[in-house]
Design a protein around this ligand. Structure first.
Ligand code: DQA
Length: 148
């Protein structure tokens, strides 16, 4: 089965507690449960992970390249400044794998420091602003692109 790593960056382990007016009331455990159902409906084996650690996230992107896994990535705050993450994400797409950048909120409608993504330029595409549906839409896009 096609493998997809759903990778989440810093502070996303605090979903449900963290600024619920922006990020909602559901937790990362809820996302794991929902993503497993969406994945199985789409014929994808989905592995949801979260870390606050940049090197861990870079390592998971290397793992995706080596395992030939596609990636759905919410880089969280790293979106806006981590060139290390961008360079690791570039290895995913340059090796012919899909990488969809996702955000729960719409960073373009928030503070100006969130308007720039260092990842967007090397991503296959971006889905932002739809809460957990951003992930659902990203997984659907991966499944769809694989049959195109
Ligand atoms: C986020 C948006 C980022 O600007 C922020 O730093 C996050 C979450 C989102 O999912 O909306 O941590 O990636």
């Amino acid at each position: 089965m096609t493998q997809v790593l759903v990778l989440n960056g810093p502070n996303l382990g605090r979903l449900g507690v963290r600024e619920p007016e922006i990020y909602g009331h559901a937790s990362m455990a809820d996302l794991e449960r929902e993503a497993a159902v969406w994945g199985s409906d789409l014929g994808l084996e989905v592995d949801v992970r979260q870390t606050d650690d940049e090197s861990q996230l870079v390592g998971w992107l290397h793992e995706a390249v080596d395992a030939r896994a596609h990636v759905v990535l919410n880089p969280a705050a790293f979106t806006h400044y981590s060139y290390a993450l961008r360079d690791a994400a570039a290895q995913v797409t340059s090796s012919g794998l899909l990488l969809v950048e996702v955000h729960l909120s719409n960073p373009a409608a928030r503070e100006s420091f969130r308007h720039y993504s260092v990842v967007a330029g090397i991503a296959t595409g971006t889905v932002a602003g739809f809460g957990f549906d951003s992930y659902r839409l990203a997984l659907a896009a991966v499944a769809r692109k694989l049959v195109d």
